[in-house]
Design a protein around this ligand. Sequence first.
Ligand SMILES: NC(=O)c1ccc[n+]([C@@H]2O[C@H](COP(=O)([O-])OP(=O)(O)OC[C@H]3O[C@@H](n4cnc5c(N)ncnc54)[C@H](OP(=O)(O)O)[C@@H]3O)[C@@H](O)[C@H]2O)c1
Length: 284
Amino acid sequence: MSASKFAVITGSTGGIGSAIATQLVANGWGLLLINRNTQKAEHQKRQLQQSSPDATVELFEADLMDVLQIVRVSQEIQERFPSIDALFNNSGVLTSQRINSVQGHESNYAVNTLAPYILIKNLRTALRRSEGAAQTMIINTTSSAQNAVKSLDVEALSNPETIGGLTGAYAATKLALTALGAAVSESLAAEGIKIRSVDPGPVVTPMTKTSDAMPGVLRLLVPFLFGKPEKQARKMINAANPTEFGGRSGIYISNGKEKGMPHLALELSVQASLMRKLEADAVA
Ligand SMILES: NC(=O)c1ccc[n+]([C@@H]2O[C@H](COP(=O)([O-])OP(=O)(O)OC[C@H]3O[C@@H](n4cnc5c(N)ncnc54)[C@H](OP(=O)(O)O)[C@@H]3O)[C@@H](O)[C@H]2O)c1
């Protein structure tokens, strides 16, 4: 059986990404998986094809901490798959350690904000649809941690003075990701592409169980309080359906429900400086 629809997923080897991949493939989607760890990705591919032997699962290797690798992998995908239906910008970093990307950007920013921007920019042609055709979808995986951000210093995103925990650099980079969605939704709409910023809700994953940026007590409670990846992935996939949520684009969905956009994400001055910064940082 050849797939009729293709989804690109970043970080499909992680908790939520893996559940999204499993559910999409069971529904007949072809998967184009971008991961940095080839061994994990090959293991995942074997497992997916065990349960769906005819599934199309193509692996693409890229470390999203390197702009050149993101550009290269986008080109590889577009050359082999000139038409894709969904892009799940799922990969994420939650760390309180100072780690720099190849280009010297702080890691929360490099993976959570800059990488999705570059993928959108470079996969746009494959996502584009002519008028009247079924619309395509970009899901940017944000986090409710963004609600803790009271002011956003866009210029400092790539080199923050402090990294902090869940409500520090991570939250700021997720808010910036949501602002990016709001900023580009109109121009994407003209090309038949929708974009939504989606918070999966609290999920038990390697990130929440092990990240040094999770408050210690909360980390201990994660297995008891947080949702299972399978359940939350269903909500992510529903959010990726262009006809759900009244067909609206440029919206924020949290744990399966549409919520008001954070006001900072809607500020035009924030959006304008963010777009300038992302464009400048997208060059290696
Ligand atoms: N879990 C939650 O409660 C929660 C809540 C709100 C939002 N989110 C967001 O949901 C998304 C998925 O998170 P998760 O909880 O499933 O975390 P996870 O299990 O840690 O998965 C994260 C994925 O991102 C990949 N990744 C990290 N850095 C990368 C890099 N430099 N290049 C390529 N891939 C990279 C990881 O790859 P490796 O396997 O190679 O490390 C992994 O596949 C993230 O964007 C996260 O911020 C999660």
